[in-house]
Design a protein around this ligand. Sequence first.
Ligand code: SAH
Length: 243
Amino acid sequence: MTRGKSRSNDGKTRRPIVAPASLLSEIESEVRYTRDYLGKDRLDPRVMSAMARVPRHEFVPAALCPMAYENRPLPIGQDQTISQPYIVAIMSDLAAPGVGAKVLEIGTGCGYQAAVLAEMGAEVYSVERLPELARLAADNLRRTGYGRVHCRQGDGAEGWPEAAPFEAILVTAAAWRRVPPALIAQLAPGGRLVVPVDRGASALLPDQELLLLNKDSDGNLRQKDVLRVAFVPLIESAGEKLG
Ligand code: SAH
């Protein structure tokens, strides 16, 4: 499998399919298996098309390239992981960004989820706390032709106020006990916020639930508890839990 330059993606040109059919069918079968939680038994074809086209092997460390298209999370350095493809797919489906929609991602990691959202045609803003990963993600995104994703290093719990409001916000690290208020404030009316929250029931074991918050046109929130999940923690620079 080669790692190299791809042509630039202007959001209109369809890129070739790079993911093997086995990965796509594993995602589809896990979606069917969890249909009662998701409330659907198949994902938006736009999500599956993006999963098929984003070269995941370009976002994982070179040594893990042979495993890039397995449906599992992988280490990306700094004790962090690239999410499992099924999780990336369902979060993209729940966020449901329209073409041209402004989307905020918290936890850029290696940049893979941001690339999937960009491949769906969203205008993506992504914040990463760790400088090494923020740099890695910006490099990966540029190299793979997703250089139009806006990347920033900082505490994502504060959102990206200058670019708000966002039609969708995805948090790819688990918030402690509550959704960061700045993110709720930066969600546009009619928007969707997808976020894992650790309810903190146990001091030893994670107790995380993926939440979908819908903000209606009057600014009222409706919450759906989607699925139990396992994310690395969201480390907020100010807040109830530091580290
Ligand atoms: N979306 C990533 C997966 C990221 S793992 C991908 O597709 O690869 C979660 C990421 O959240 C880690 O990189 C971690 O450093 C980052 N993170 C944790 N707390 C954060 C915070 N407060 N603000 C921004 N990023 C944070």
